[in-house]
Write a protein that binds this ligand. Structure first.
Ligand code: SF4
Length: 723
């Protein structure tokens, strides 16, 4: 190394991918990112990074930025025209005028916002205030609806609050880890490193994995339960049945801290080992072993993710698992608890500020009149509208029907990630105005934009995020915004102020000069709530590093673990058992569509690949999309490795290579969720025009969380005839 080489500038931030929320140190020369390394002082990762996190700087390389980034605002007057570059003032004036005019003609509910768990908390806060406080619509939802909403509904129905009760340290303190519906090794790799190290230190620790696939996580388990897709409720109820039968429930805990056990006890009486083993497709002895390890353990920690959440019975799966913890007293103590692993980096922060159709600031509920009045008071508006807003998929249905005229999409790619792509694309065509606020110009959704607003992204933004263990971290900008890109919060505030003057509002609801002022207002909305952070400030985050909530006024530190006192945020102070019955998947297989399609993450890609798809190294693990199949099924269909096949559901079709995989049981297939048309185009016959795996998935929703069933669809597989 040349002695003249200048020391890089170091900036502390977080990784922008998954909900582990690893701290990173960005190295830059002030103009470009030159490297990235794990922050040894960040409690989430203690210096570790996974493949995605350690290549963050490569996705920020200047040559990629020039090709991939949206750098100037663009506008088109008509759908059949190309967008043309315009000034920010022109784009924002037009946008505010169109919104004001549409509200006048069709009412506030003709406008909708679809935003993202990758925005910072401050961005989320102003979007939510613009929709619910200024425009007067609750039509604001986010891609977090596809991610954690069933976990949220599960926590609220049982424990009384959207608050994961455990912390990462509990991974090291558990003696039984029960991983359900999560390939933690791929989806939360740095947490998985912590699990591997904890198991090395404590060889007596047991790991049970419930997953239809033999994932890398399942391969490492002491006991793998390869349940049939969608049968999780039967499994959890069956385990509780056995815990009751074997006397490993904690009667004293149930008496002192819970309510509603009798109804659940009656329900699980039907879940006999024979019934559960047949329903789940597992051996009775394995079910018994799992129930014994769980029930007899000193501390059992459950980790769960999309296998539970992305389901038409996602909430039932979540509550059935929480029931198991409550009945065995495995909550509110070190190493124990039901611990949902957040998918996105700031899905939690988005919910804290109420940035969803059914929520309000400070974990308040829109359906609660008192909560609406409190938020109206805090914001200084007459009222927050009571009419429920549209959640993710119903929002696009309403656009397709012409009920919603303007759709403002920020930092997400619904033309790839939502199920039933045919409907989503019809909606985007039908909308009178599609606004896309994005850092990247090559997403499938950006193609539909009438207005493209270039936004800053990782390494360029200032604000806060909250990770899976309720830990808030300050993220900092290492670089100036490229081109004319602006920060998300600023874009929203500038349009909101224009709209205020068009609507005749004198005192602005958006007086912010920077993200800290927004965060301070958000902090005030949490006073007295379960997530109270009134004792926290940006100064404390600067001086003492990332902190967990709650952190009320007067506290010296945040709370590591919730409910250690056995008091829950419910009207009675007791946790609630919630009766959950097993329901089959929404679209069962039949003679025409005989395969069960499962979708999910691969190790080295993130979501729709807007960022990871620009890094060559990240294709080494999986160079192209494929349908993973059991060898026996390949043979039965006369398929060889790499043969192109049509995978077809009742809604659409995708052409992908078939790949024999030991991960798969016969009758089940798996396709990674990442490849959309921008990455498929030009990559073989399945490319151009393919909408990725969500051409196949169905719009069935959970009745409580409204989360779609992305983890199961019935499909058929036919060998593709090549021209
Ligand atoms: Fe980023 Fe998640 Fe990997 Fe950590 S584990 S480096 S947050 S992708």
């Amino acid at each position: 190394i040349s002695p003249l080489r200048k020391k890089p500038i170091e900036t502390r931030a977080t990784c922008c991918y998954c909900g582990v929320g690893c701290g990173v140190i960005i190295e830059s020369d002030g103009a470009q990112v030159t490297g990235v390394r794990g922050d040894p002082e960040h409690p989430a990762n203690l210096g570790r990074l996974c493949t995605k996190g350690s290549t963050l700087h490569l996705a920020a390389a200047p040559e990629l930025q020039a090709q991939a980034r949206a750098l100037v605002p663009e506008l088109r007057a008509r759908r059949d025209e190309e967008r043309k570059p315009v000034s920010w003032a022109e784009a924002q004036d037009q946008l505010a005028r169109r919104i004001a005019d549409t509200i006048r003609r069709h009412g506030p509910d003709s406008v909708a916002f679809y935003i993202s768990g990758q925005l910072l908390t401050e961005d989320y806060y102003v979007f939510n205030k613009l929709a619910k406080g200024l425009i007067g619509t609750n039509n604001i939802d986010t891609n977090s609806r596809l991610c954690m909403s069933s976990a949220v509904a599960g926590y609220k129905r049982t424990l009384g609050a959207d608050a994961p009760p455990a912390c990462y340290e509990d991974l090291e303190l558990a003696d039984v880890l029960f991983i359900a519906g999560s390939n933690t090794a791929y989806a939360h790799p740095v947490l998985y490193r912590r699990i591997e190290e904890a198991r090395r230190r404590n060889p007596a620790m047991r790991m049970i994995v419930a997953d239809p696939r033999v994932t890398d996580t399942a391969r490492d388990a002491d006991l793998h339960l390869p349940i049939l897709p969608g049968t999780d409720v039967a499994l959890f109820n069956g385990m509780l049945h056995l815990c009751i039968e074997e006397g490993t429930i904690d009667a004293a805990y149930i008496d002192a801290h819970t309510e509603g056990f009798d109804a659940v006890k009656r329900r699980v009486a039907d879940y006999t080992p024979a019934f559960v083993a047949a329903t789940c497709g597992i051996a009775e002895r394995d079910l018994l072993q799992a129930a014994r390890w769980f029930g007899q353990s000193r501390a059992a920690l459950s980790l769960y993710c999309q296998g539970l959440n992305q389901s038409a019975s996602g909430t039932a799966k979540n509550v059935a698992l929480v029931n198991l913890h409550l009945a065995t007293g495995q909550i509110g103590k070190p190493g124990a608890g039901p611990f949902s692993l957040t998918g996105q980096p700031n899905a939690m922060g988005g919910r804290e500020v109420g940035g969803m159709a059914n929520l309000l600031s400070g974990h308040r509920d829109l359906a609660n009149a008192e909560h609406r009045a409190e938020v109206a008071r805090l914001w200084g508006v007459d009222a927050v509208p009571a009419a429920p807003g549209k959640t993710a998929l119903p929002m696009f249905e309403a656009v397709a029907k012409g009920e919603i005229k303007i759709l403002w999409i920020a930092c997400t790619n619904p033309a790839q990630s939502l199920p039933d792509q045919k409907l989503v694309r019809e909606a985007l065509q039908r909308a009178e105005l599609v606004i896309v606020q994005e850092a990247y110009r090559h997403t499938a959704t950006a193609d539909y934009a009438d207005v493209l607003l270039p936004a800053t992204t990782w390494g360029e933004k200032e604000g806060t995020v909250t990770n899976s263990e309720r830990r808030i971290t300050r993220v900092r900008a290492a670089l100036p915004a490229p081109g004319e890109a602006r920060h998300d919060w600023r874009i929203v505030v500038e349009v909101a102020r224009r709209l205020e003057s068009l609507l005749g509002r004198e005192r602005s609801l958006f007086p912010y000069e920077g993200p800290e002022a927004i965060w301070n207002e958000h902090r005030e909305t949490t006073r007295g709530r379960d997530l109270d952070i009134t004792g926290l400030s940006w100064r404390i985050l600067e001086q003492r590093g990332p902190q967990q909530w709650p952190y009320p006024e007067g506290a010296r530190t945040g709370l590591k673990r919730l409910y250690e006192d056995g008091i829950f945020p419910t009207p009675s102070g007791r946790a609630r058992f919630v009766d959950a019955a097993y329901e089959p998947v929404a679209e069962p297989t039949d003679a025409r569509y005989p395969f069960r399609l499962n979708t999910g993450r691969l190790r080295d890609q993130w979501h729709g690949m807007s960022r990871t798809g620009t890094v060559a190294r990240l294709y080494a693990h999986a160079p192209e999309p494929a349908v993973a199949m059991a060898a026996a099924d390949m043979q039965r269909h006369g398929l060889r490795q790499g043969d192109l096949v049509h995978v077809t559901s009742r809604r659409g079709s995708q052409i992908v290579p078939a790949q024999s995989s030991e991960d798969m049981k016969s009758g089940q297939v798996f396709i990674g969720m990442h490849w959309g048309e921008e990455f498929l185009s030009g990559r073989g016959p399945g490319g151009a025009g393919s909408h990725g795996v969500n051409a196949l998935t169905l719009p069935a929703l959970d009745p409580y969380s409204f989360q779609p069933e992305l983890k199961h669809a019935a499909v058929k597989i036919l060998k593709a005839e090549l021209p």
